[in-house]
Design a protein. Structure first.
Lengths: 202, 57
């Protein structure tokens, strides 16, 4: 039963991932990515990790994908046009490299499977993916990395705000340019005033 | 029970597809989505190992 579920959702995930790469419209890419996320959540359920599965659906398929769709809608990203491939040699290199990568992964997996001390999931239900065990681990033993991660996220927010403020709207830019012009004229006027030789006071 | 190597194989395939997407795609947002795919493949590896070693961390 678990095997059937794994094969089904794994095939669904791989199919959605291939569709994600093959699609040209970014919105279709986003929908394929949602499919990958949801099938991965189902695979987490087969791994006896319900909390991770719930977080996967809520955070990834919910929040992050809504964010991505917002960005796509706001930036008005068009589908990338089909452009001719200039170098055929690059395709050959890519195929060779990907074959090497997959062969390497298969080699490692084969030896993991063939090694005598293979890790076997114990039959008794583990408490690995349950909310309580994750919370205990996160807020007692690993509290410091957790807080450091939150500071990191805060830094990311501040950095994105800084980057967003640097690119001003055109009206803003014009107003600032006017300000600079008036400032410069003032400076020039004062400089000319100053360059006028003062009358010698007797 | 599904063996561990199957999960690792699925994760490797998803990661490879993600790398391919990052190289192939031209939009920044599409590349970002492919990076998300790679992150999820690694997540799957972590969860599978934690299940098979019976250890949360």
């Amino acid at each position: 039963m678990l095997t059937i579920a794994f094969i089904f959702f794994g095939a669904l995930a791989i199919g959605c991932a291939i569709s994600l790469v093959a699609q040209r419209n970014p919105l279709y890419c986003a929908i394929s990515l949602i499919g990958v996320f949801i099938s991965l959540a189902c695979i987490y359920v087969t791994l006896a990790a319900p909390f991770i599965a719930a977080v996967q659906v809520v955070v990834y398929a919910g929040a992050i994908m809504v964010l991505v769709v917002f960005v796509i809608m706001l930036l008005n990203v068009e589908a990338e046009e089909r452009r001719p491939i200039k170098r055929g040699s690059l395709i050959a290199i890519g195929v060779i490299l990907s074959t090497v990568l997959l062969a390497e992964a298969g080699f490692v997996i084969y030896y993991v499977g063939a090694s005598p001390n293979e890790l076997a999931a114990s039959g008794n239900l583990s408490n690995v993916g349950l909310t309580g065990s994750i919370g205990i681990g996160l807020f007692t033993t690993y509290l410091l990395p957790f807080e450091i991660t939150s500071v990191l996220l805060l830094m990311a927010i501040v950095g994105s705000m800084t980057l967003a403020r640097r690119t001003l709207a055109p009206s803003e830019v014009k107003r600032q340019a006017d300000n600079v012009d008036s400032l410069e004229s003032t400076v020039n006027r004062s400089a000319t005033l100053r360059s006028v030789p003062a009358k010698p006071t007797s | 029970m599904v063996p561990l190597s199957w999960y690792l194989a699925l994760s490797a395939v998803l990661f490879t597809i993600g790398v391919t997407g990052v190289i192939v795609k031209r939009n920044a947002i599409s590349m970002f989505m492919c990076i998300e795919l790679m992150l999820n493949a690694v997540n799957l590896t972590l969860v599978a190992f934690s299940r098979f070693m019976n250890d949360v961390t």
